[in-house]
Design a protein around this ligand. Structure first.
Ligand SMILES: Nc1ncnc2c1ncn2[C@@H]1O[C@H](COP(=O)(O)OP(=O)(O)OP(=O)(O)O)[C@@H](O)[C@H]1O
Length: 307
């Protein structure tokens, strides 16, 4: 049986529209399927967790129709369960789809998920917060500037408006410019594979499981889907004008040649700050003082990719 988890509000209604069209196709009607429409924030995670408990009921694949926030919830809900997932982008950013090279119309994507004979292994990351909470990140986790951009975008009216006109991609560009005016660099201590350093004027630290982020920016161009090691990007001690220039080049991935940008690879990263700092995980934001990051040792299984 194919289980669909549909976020109707993803992409300002795009998730629902895609599902509605898909459900009218003969291909969909022939599938043995069950559909869950999420009704509130966190619902996709709850559904996925329950599905793992019913795994004996012959669930072939969980097919997610939504954005990065929905896929984040589903992956966290599945946890160590071994149910493969398929993804049909229906959000505004959809970076998971880009990272997994999911292509075509929703109908073509569905067909590929169902008929794919090879599962793609995908290594997610784990993050552990000071309150003991341990969760997974699917695309990326970022601290500082990028998180404040995501926070601004998520709280904004323009995100909805731009999504309505199918130009949701530029949401983060607008948020970036608005956050830039008020952002203040912060001090953090970062430990990368046992080596500690203090960064006095940190702008951001981002760890990614693939290169895409913020609706198509190539935040760490060298990042690839891989086990064990995580690419880490640090931006420090940079002027506001220069960071604007840096983000103009982020779509092409040329920003890593700026001297204020460091890209590392690590197995374990810990960050701590005496002040609360914003972090974004797969586009959803919160605040923390400390966080430890590792790759999850078990891969999730993704169907319908073009990797
Ligand atoms: N019925 C609902 N009402 C309100 N919020 C919901 C509902 N169902 C799911 N959500 C929440 O919607 C949020 C946004 O979902 P999602 O991130 O998938 O879409 P998006 O923000 O448009 O896309 P992207 O993250 O790719 O930019 C998630 O935090 C999810 O928990």
């Amino acid at each position: 049986m194919y289980v669909f988890i549909v976020n109707p509000v993803a992409g300002n209604g795009r998730g629902e529209k895609i599902y509605r069209r898909l459900s009218k196709t003969d291909y969909f009607k022939r599938l043995d399927s069950k559909v869950y429409i999420t009704a509130f924030q966190g619902h996709a995670e709850k559904i996925a967790r329950q599905l793992v408990l019913q795994a004996h009921t012959n669930i072939k694949t969980i097919i997610v129709v939504g954005g990065d926030g929905t896929i984040h919830e589903v992956v966290n809900g599945i946890g160590n369960g071994r149910i493969p997932i398929g993804y049909i982008p229906g959000g505004s950013g959809n970076d998971f789809g880009r990272g997994c090279k999911v292509r075509g119309t929703p109908k073509q994507m569905l067909r590929r998920i169902v008929e794919d004979s090879d599962v793609t292994p995908y290594w997610i990351g784990d993050y552990l917060l000071e309150n003991g909470e341990k969760r997974h990140f699917v695309n990326s986790i970022g601290f500082g500037f990028d998180a404040e951009i995501a926070e601004h975008a998520n709280q904004s009216v323009y995100k909805k408006l731009l999504n309505r006109f199918h130009i949701g991609k530029i949401t983060y560009v607008i948020a970036l410019i608005l956050v830039l005016f008020k952002f203040k660099p912060f001090e953090i201590e970062i430990e990368v594979d046992g080596t500690r350093q203090v960064i006095k004027k940190c702008w951001m630290v981002t760890i990614a499981n693939h290169q895409y982020y913020g609706g198509g920016m190539k935040i760490i161009p060298t990042a690839k889907i891989q086990p064990q090691r995580m690419p880490v990007l640090i931006i420090q001690d940079i002027s506001k004008w220069k960071i604007l220039g840096l983000f103009l080049t982020v779509f092409t991935g040329k920003h890593t040649s700026f001297k204020e940008v460091t890209v590392l690879e690590a197995e374990k990263v810990s960050i701590s700050s005496t002040n609360l700092i914003f972090y974004q995980v797969d586009g959803q934001t919160s605040k923390c003082n400390t966080c430890t990051l590792l790759k999850n040792s078990r891969e999730i299984q993704v169907l319908g990719t073009n990797i």
